[in-house]
Design a protein around this ligand. Structure first.
Ligand code: PGA
Length: 252
């Protein structure tokens, strides 16, 4: 019942021409893929050019961040209205790099996600514990706080159009992927949390992505877990063959 979602987060990589070249190739290579939602998150500067290449394709566009306001005197920010205008359907919010380097908090994540919903952008809301949290046995309490605060005030309809990405910080860009049972344990925990806040029926419909050193070799095993409904891919999304192999592995 949950359509798998495979999203590529390019972070601070690719010029406009590199991005256009990638998605032109991806469009061809993934043309016959059905039953998986494919999402690409280029840097802001490439969004509009990429959107033009993706018209009429099975690939969706995401931004890597958004500001909470629609417009105003906020130098350097990009609003949800602007992202919609550029062709985005999704936006990644609360990535651990934003939390770690740019002072993103659960409160700012929540305001951004609400703004995204108001303007019809689907948030991919990222949560995940640091290594010291895991070692101290605090994984669940850390993830619980991030999820509960991040989705605070979301209506039933809003939670259904949100994807939650569990990305343990120790697994991001390190080559150390969480074991599939570790991913499942946290995903199952997040889904039980959602059933408590909403209903079991709604919780069953929310897609939970895993992120952190995902590649074509480990995707199938992660996706085979009951509560892993997709992946959020950094490094391995930068080469088109590698990304297409992940999409195919996610399809099963
Ligand atoms: P990675 O990044 O796949 O390079 O570990 C994942 C992410 O940051 O979303």
């Amino acid at each position: 019942m949950r359509t798998p979602i495979v999203a590529g987060n390019w972070k601070l990589y690719k010029t406009i021409s590199e991005a256009v070249e990638f998605v032109s190739a991806l469009r061809e290579l993934a043309a016959d893929v059905t039953g998986v939602e494919i999402v690409i998150a280029p840097p802001f500067t490439a969004l509009s050019a990429v959107a033009k290449v993706l018209v009429g394709s099975n690939i969706r566009l995401a931004a890597q961040d958004v500001f909470r306001e629609e417009k105003g005197a906020f130098t350097g920010e990009v609003s949800p209205v602007m992202l919609k205008d550029a062709g985005c359907g999704y936006v990644i919010i609360g990535h651990s790099e934003r939390r770690g380097y740019f002072g993103e908090t659960d409160a700012s994540v929540n305001r951004k996600a609400k703004a995204a919903h108001i303007h019809g952008l689907k948030p991919i809301l990222c949560v995940g514990e640091k290594l010291e949290d895991r070692n101290a046995g605090n994984t669940q309490s850390v993830v619980e706080a991030q999820v509960v605060k991040g989705i605070s005030g979301f209506s039933e309809a809003e939670i259904l159009s949100t994807a939650i990405a569990y990305e343990p910080v120790w697994a991001i860009g390190t080559g150390i992927t969480a074991r599939s049972d570790q991913a499942q344990e946290v995903h199952g925990f997040i889904r039980s949390l959602l059933s408590r806040i909403y209903s079991t029926d709604s919780a069953k419909q929310v897609r939970l992505q895993y992120g952190g050193s995902v590649n074509a070799a480990n995707t199938a095993e992660l996706m085979a877990q009951m509560d892993v409904d997709g992946v959020l891919v950094g490094g391995a999304s930068l080469e088109v063959e590698s990304f297409v192999n992940i999409v195919k592995a996610a399809h099963g």
